[in-house]
Ligand binder design. Structure first.
Ligand code: URA
Length: 305
């Protein structure tokens, strides 16, 4: 069980996420009425879907302005299926759809590089064997430049599973995902949700650091996908959060643009997938933090549902 959230600390973390000024502003403007709200939105940011006090306590936040309302409302997209595997990665439930090949050309190309026998074998591993296999993996060129593979961390029975892109320098050094600057922001996001690393599972699309922190290729993502699929199968989360495009590609088998896809609910088998910005992107584009918060509130509704 977690200790009750300390309000001061929660505020500090929200501040770290860049959310508290908007939060304060909206509270004031809500009291002042619609006109003031519009003015305040203009002044602060075009991404106005800031968390309010209420947003932190209620599952799904209602956009406060026209600008916030413009992203497509959450809707189900049952057509999206996980990438090709020799067997369904989430075939636990009888109504699980058959797994089909991904539709995006790059993902289709990469699917050819995956050995179905290897994927089928990985799909049977327990945690210990899976992590050992990840650490010893040589299935793609990334193993040549890694210090160590970074399997994943957190609660293996979590309702939430976050999927990032791949280890960076610090993660490669320490063997744990999201321990660098982006990880600090991820921790702040978790904290704002009343969560921490003991309550979620965190993994990456690729388990080895791409040289110079470049984006992993679709081939590398495909080679590593059986590991991620097995982790999902073992955790059985209620919601998957894809942090950035490579994570979305790994989970959905299709290339998407976060700005266009956020607001929709995708599916990995029968597990809802919320896509949002990667924390590293948010560090460079803090104005989009409020949008990420909106996405996380949507994920929370799914995790708690
Ligand atoms: N970025 C990621 O996507 N994953 C990590 O583990 C660290 C940074």
């Amino acid at each position: 069980m977690n200790a009750p959230v300390d309000e001061k600390e929660r505020f500090a973390r929200l501040e770290e996420m860049g959310l508290t000024p908007l939060w304060r502003l909206r509270t004031r403007l809500q009291a002042a009425g619609e006109e003031g709200e519009a003015k305040g939105a203009h002044r602060e940011s075009s991404a106005v879907a800031a968390p309010t006090d209420q947003a932190l306590d209620t599952p799904l936040q209602k956009p406060a302005t026209a600008a916030a309302a413009s992203p497509a409302p959450a809707r189900e997209r049952p057509r999206v299926q996980p990438p090709r595997l020799s067997s369904s990665p989430v075939g636990r439930r009888p109504d699980h759809p058959p797994v089909s090949a991904p539709s995006a050309p790059s993902a289709s190309a990469s699917a050819r590089t995956v050995d179905p026998e290897r994927a089928a074998r990985i799909a049977t591993l327990d945690w210990e064997a899976l992590e050992a296999e990840i650490r010893a993996c040589t299935a793609c060129p990334l193993h040549r430049t890694r210090t160590q593979a970074v399997p994943g961390v957190g609660n293996r029975q979590a309702r939430w599973m976050f999927v990032g892109e791949g280890p960076g320098r610090e993660e490669d050094r320490r063997g744990e995902p999201f321990v660098g600057p982006a990880g600090k922001l991820l921790d702040a996001m978790l904290f704002a949700l009343g969560l921490d690393r003991t309550r979620v599972y965190i993994a990456n699309a690729v388990k080895c650091r791409p040289p110079d922190n470049r984006t992993p290729t679709p081939e590398e993502i495909a080679a590593c996908a059986p590991f991620l699929f097995r982790q999902i199968e073992l955790v059985r989360p209620k919601v998957l959060v894809a942090l950035g495009r490579p994570a979305a590609l790994a989970l959905l088998g299709e290339e998407i643009k976060i700005a266009q896809a956020r607001g929709q609910i995708f599916r990995y088998g029968d597990i809802p997938v919320v896509v949002t910005y990667h924390p590293a992107y948010l560090l460079r584009n803090p104005a989009d933090k409020a949008k990420a918060w909106e996405d996380l509130c949507r994920a929370r509704a799914l995790a708690e549902g």
